[in-house]
Design a binder for this molecule. Structure first.
Ligand code: GDP
Length: 440
């Protein structure tokens, strides 16, 4: 995420951090570089200039030049200002209606349908809501179909009315359906065009007026940079929307949209999309994003993700097994599944301070565990719980069955053996805490 911007900011601030003496001249130079980095990331020039002016003012006001650790203080000032620029606090969505109606707007291809599904899934699994998805694209039958596929995937009902050409009527009927059906959230996916046009704007404005949604969200592809900001402006003028959804932040986006959009439309970014899968959705926290941009990682999100997967009951069972020397490959497989549920490997690595930068050019394969899983699946249940019984001929079979080699099988068995020993050792006294941490 924002690799190039992070690099440039890092090198801009590095100069300052390395200097024994900090003068007004090198503060000015640093800020000039920060500004250049922001503009290169497609942040509007005016915003970038205001940004560095504010940081400069604050730096002078707080006597950075004579501070004990001026470099660190500058980094903090830049971080705080970035956080402010992106919105300050995180803002949730309004779910006060019964049902709460959420209207999605945005250009075609921005990720509206995908995000509608992600949001429905999020509200269902994390907020115990019973959402209804509504297909309101009356021009593209494929779009209606796509929403049905998404709905099926996440187990959420989709309301559509093929052949009906009136999106206002469809929306109203869907809300009535939700009321009688017990759905407490209605998410309306509307038609988008490839570029802003009057017909689309009128259509969505009409729906907006007719159904008076609790929440109108504007979905925008973060890869489109300044265009994203301009599109947001146009939609906001017509809809006065409540929040922005930035999609495709997992891609090679430069970051300009994330940084500029709030100050241009004065509406918060509420969620971000970080992948094509249904669970690739995150609440947008300006401060955590600033940390990530400055290469400081995002430990808070990492811990939260781990906690979501943490099951106390499971952890207790596991601990017992380890104590009794019964930790087997099935348990190991289980642990791998839990790590995988936390998100893509690259995304997780990016949350570790410093790791994002180090691993930026390393291709981290999400299928990194594939071989391990294949090997384990090729073992018999008895072998999985007691790997020591695997002899040379079985190793050969397992290698063949899993499409790997005897060496790979051996390597996994050796690692597993070492891990089991380590776990056993840590069972005694102080090690318990460490185990808990590992399982977390
Ligand atoms: P719509 O036309 O606005 O409804 O856009 P879609 O939901 O059909 O999305 C367009 C394309 O973007 C699809 O191929 C999606 O899989 C992809 N997409 C949507 N959100 C994300 C995201 O957060 N990350 C990535 N990498 N792709 C996304």
């Amino acid at each position: 995420m924002f690799d190039s911007l992070s690099d440039k900011l890092d090198s801009a601030l590095h100069v300052l951090k390395g200097h024994g003496q900090i003068t007004e001249v090198n503060v000015a130079e640093t800020l000039k570089e920060v500004r250049r980095a922001l503009v290169d990331a497609d942040v509007n020039y005016k915003i970038a200039k205001e940004f560095t002016n504010t940081v400069k003012e604050k730096a002078l006001g707080q006597n950075v030049l004579t501070a004990l650790k001026p470099g660190q203080m500058m980094v903090k000032l830049v971080k705080d200002e970035l956080t402010q620029l992106m919105g300050g606090e995180a803002e949730g969505i309004n779910l006060s209606g019964n049902p709460s109606v959420i209207l999605m707007s945005g250009l075609q291809g921005s990720g509206k349908t995908t995000f509608s599904g992600k949001l429905a899934n999020y509200l269902k699994t994390k907020k115990s809501k019973n959402p209804l998805l509504v297909a309101c694209d009356v021009y593209r039958p494929a779009a209606i179909n796509q929403l049905h596929v998404v709905g099926e995937q996440i187990g959420v009902e989709v309301y559509s009315d093929e052949g009906n050409q009136d999106p206002v009527a469809i929306s109203k009927a869907a809300i009535a359906h939700a009321k009688s059906n017990g759905n407490n959230v209605v998410i309306i996916d509307t038609a988008g065009r490839l570029a802003i046009d009057e017909a689309m704007m009128t259509e969505i404005a009409n729906i907006h007026q007719a159904i008076e949604p609790q929440e109108t969200l504007f979905v925008v592809d973060s890869m489109t940079g300044q265009d994203a900001v301009n599109t947001a402006k146009a939609f906001n003028e017509r809809l006065n929307f409540d929040g922005v959804i930035l999609t495709k932040l997992d891609g090679d986006t430069r970051g300009g949209a994330a940084i500029s959009i709030k100050s241009v439309v004065n509406k918060p970014i509420k969620f971000i999309g970080t992948g094509e899968k249904m669970d690739a959705i995150d609440v947008f926290y300006p401060s955590r994003m600033a940390d990530r941009i400055l290469g400081m990682g995002d430990v808070v999100s990492l811990v939260e993700r781990a906690q979501e997967q943490y099951d106390e009951e499971e952890a207790r069972k596991l601990q017992k097994k380890i104590a009794k020397n019964e930790f087997g490959f099935d348990d190991f497989l289980n642990q791998l599944q839990q790590i995988k549920k936390m998100g893509s490997m690259k995304d997780l690595m990016g949350m570790i301070p410093g790791a994002g930068k180090m691993l930026k050019d390393v291709d981290i394969d999400d299928d990194a565990f594939k071989h391990i899983e294949a090997i384990i699946h090729s073992m018999t249940p008895a072998e999985r719980s007691k790997p020591s019984m695997i002899n040379a001929s079985r190793k050969k079979r397992i290698g063949k069955g899993s499409g790997t080699s005897v060496q790979q099988v051996n390597q996994l068995l050796k690692q597993f053996n070492q891990m089991s020993k380590m776990m056993k050792m840590m069972q005694g006294g102080g090690g318990r805490k460490m185990m808990q941490m590992m399982k977390n």
